[in-house]
Design a protein around this ligand. Structure first.
Ligand code: FAD
Length: 490
């Protein structure tokens, strides 16, 4: 008899866990609350535009290649990829823009222009980032941590200093660079990890190896093509998928999972993997005596930022933009303070502008532009209609000034998305977009555990668990726990 596993949630963490479990010979049923799978990577179709609602940076391509190889198939059977050129454009406060691309010589020249000796410094910076990345991939990322001693082992103690686990990224970058623009290019990716350069361990300088060395890619048709590819793989593996089926309770019997209730249906289970928001699921799907973490635990986590997002379809092209565009205000500390130290809507802000129609014609009608604006903001803030309307104005006015062009008269469709939407659509704790931050105290063994401390055969996958936030990380999280379940639940 095949073991029955129920996966609660069809985000990347749930879909990939389902795939590994099906490969391990389980009979897998996936329950998703919404009418689409993909979780935060859902799409919104409007007036001929297709908006990726969440992730838009396809980074660490090797993780995805490895994932499909784990099933004996090749990624390109499921979706096509292209490398972006440039990788991204940065708009600085000084009205200067710079392009970062895959031509290492050009990027070194760019850093040389930003500060004397910049090319040489960048070379040295990227060498150490590559070293750390390789050690992290081989030693730390693909590993389940079940005790502090496993993490604080001899290797970490001897390598930890070399990997800069115990120092902060901002101080570390300062050892190399003085120019604020150079520093911003090397630090901005901390927001992807839901962290700030002042708080994130300097280990995360690996992110510069990720974008500058490994490159920035995009699936033809958008990130939703990755979701479609996974769905195809799940069909081939025989996973049973139920959308519009929110789980309401995890049934526990004699200290072990027995099933999942969703509305008036009950799904029996030998094992359950929860991909739904960890904090929400623990407090809402389990009786108090079965929860691993208290409300106090969740309330004391350093939350990653959530996002104030505007999706915008325009009936004109904007030659000022490339596919990924970043605006950095200078100094940017107030924005980080407003996220992590004294949560509030920020006074000055940096933001990201996606323009996928720059090089993917399938996401917008001809001669139209598919944009989305993303401002990282603190989780748990009030996002009343009035505040949302104010911020829509703020972002659009800033953008029009930035590119020297008015766009309001060209708007075909628009939509605002922030805290309350994350909460309503994904059951996100405090309306978070990214879960919990990557501080040292929330890294590896210090992230919420892959397995319940109270209920046998109850597991977790997704951005709350190790290795953490970001699409590739959720794939790794599922490999760790999917293979462990395969060994243990037979
Ligand atoms: C706006 C935005 C931009 C981002 N940009 C990037 C990027 O460019 N690159 C990158 O790598 N990462 C990016 N990220 C991060 C990345 O998208 C996430 O880390 C990742 O998608 C999280 O996946 P997950 O499976 O952990 O969670 P989710 O995607 O949230 O999946 C959880 C699923 O559980 C479902 N669910 C909840 N409750 C229930 C229930 N009761 N029953 C059944 N199902 C339930 C939800 O509907 C959801 O589908 C971004 C995130 C956001 C929000």
């Amino acid at each position: 008899m095949k073991k029955k596993t129920i996966v609660v949630g069809g985000g990347f963490g749930g879909m990939t866990a389902a795939a590994y479990l099906a490969r391990e010979g389980h009979q897998v049923t996936l329950l998703e609350k919404n009418d689409q799978v993909g979780g935060r990577a859902r799409v919104w179709h409007s007036d001929g535009f297709t908006f990726d609602m969440g992730p838009s940076w396809y980074l660490m391509p090797e993780v995805f290649e490895q994932f499909f190889a784990d099933f004996g198939v090749s990624r390109d059977r499921y979706y096509d990829l292209y490398r972006l050129n440039p990788y991204y454009r940065v708009f600085f406060d000084s009205n200067k823009t710079v392009d970062v691309n895959g031509d290492r010589g050009a990027v070194e020249q760019l850093f040389e222009q930003l500060e004397p000796g910049g090319a040489d410094k960048l070379q040295r910076y990227l060498q150490q980032a590559e070293y750390k990345y390789n050690v992290a991939m081989e030693q730390f990322l693909y590993k389940e941590y079940r005790s502090v001693f496993q993490f604080l082992n001899r290797r970490l103690m001897t390598e930890g200093l070399k990997l800069n686990v115990f120092s902060k990224l901002d101080n570390f970058v300062e050892r190399y660079f003085r120019d604020p623009r150079a520093k911003q290019i090397l630090e901005y990716a901390m927001v992807f990890l839901g962290s700030s350069p002042k708080n994130a361990p300097a280990l995360y300088s690996i992110m510069s190896h990720v974008d500058l060395n490994l490159g920035v890619y995009f699936p033809h048709g958008g990130m939703t093509s990755l979701v479609g590819g996974l769905r195809k793989l799940l069909d081939e593996l025989g996973v049973e998928l139920h959308t519009e089926t929110p789980a309401g309770r995890i049934v526990v019997s004699n200290g072990a999972v027995a099933g999942v209730e969703a509305g008036d249906r009950r799904f029996d289970a030998d094992a359950v993997v929860v991909n739904a928001d960890y904090a929400w699921a623990e407090t809402n799907l389990l009786a108090p005596e079965h929860r691993s973490y208290s409300p106090r635990y969740w309330n004391s986590r350093v939350m990653a930022p959530t996002m104030f997002i505007v999706y915008l379809g325009l009936n004109r092209k904007l030659p000022q933009l490339v596919h990924h565009n970043l605006y950095f205000t200078n100094p940017w500390d107030d924005h980080f303070h407003a996220i992590f130290d004294k949560p509030r809507w920020p006074d000055s802000f940096s933001y990201y502008i996606s323009c996928a129609s720059y090089d993917d014609p399938s996401v917008a009608p001809a001669d139209h532009e598919n944009l989305f604006f993303l401002v990282p903001v603190a989780a748990g803030l009030d996002d009343s209609e009035e505040i949302r309307a104010q911020w829509y104005e703020k972002v659009l006015s800033h953008f029009e000034q930035l590119i020297g062009q008015s766009v309001r008269e060209n708007i075909v469709t628009s939509r605002i998305y922030s805290h309350r939407d994350f909460a309503a659509d994904y059951n996100a704790f405090k309306g978070t977009a990214l879960g919990i931050s990557h501080t040292l105290g929330q890294t590896a063994v210090f992230r919420p555990s892959h397995r319940s401390k109270k209920v046998q055969r109850l597991f977790y996958s997704g951005q709350y668990t190790h290795p953490g936030v970001g699409v590739p990380m959720t794939f790794i999280s599922s490999k760790i726990i999917g293979e462990a379940i395969g060994r243990e639940v037979q």
